[in-house]
Design a protein around this ligand. Structure first.
Ligand SMILES: [Zn+2]
Length: 143
């Protein structure tokens, strides 16, 4: 196992995980987001509830606010919170907010920044795709 700093050097890009909220689990989602931001003076559960309810109603993707390296994505996909619609998790380059025009790399399963291209395609030596990850990723529907 490589020391973390070394692995980071060879896996420099960061990605964000997005899911859809199960409309029957809006309360759970609200509590999850409120708890995450509690120490940062974030929104209350009540305030989060409105955001989560609206996103669930509209079938929108919400960010899990997990900023991760490629090597961390398999574990992250295994621990998506249970308010997420099963199988809805998708991955984008950080910091983009994907929309219907965001390009998707069919080879790597990642939504990427049009201006920059897919970071894994551009630099496969630095970005090693964990085995089996591509099969778990999909385009989703945006917005
Ligand atoms: Zn690619």
């Amino acid at each position: 196992m490589l020391p973390p700093e070394y692995a980071e050097l060879f896996d420099p890009m960061q990605f964000n995980v997005w899911v859809k909220i199960d409309p029957a689990k809006v309360m759970g989602a609200s509590a999850w987001y409120a708890q995450r931001s509690e120490h940062a003076g974030g929104k209350s559960v009540a305030a989060r509830y409105l955001d989560c309810r609206d996103a669930a109603r509209r079938g929108e993707y919400v960010s899990l606010e997990w900023i991760l390296h490629l090597r961390q994505l398999p574990d992250a996909l295994d621990s998506v919170p249970d308010f997420a619609v099963p199988g809805s998790a998708i991955v984008s380059d950080e910091p983009i907010v994907p929309d219907a025009q965001t390009p998707f790399c069919e080879t790597h399963g990642i939504l990427f920044t049009a201006r920059l291209g897919c970071s894994v395609c551009k630099d496969p030596v630095w970005h090693k795709m964990p085995p089996g990850l591509r099969e778990r990723l999909h385009r989703g529907e945006f917005p």
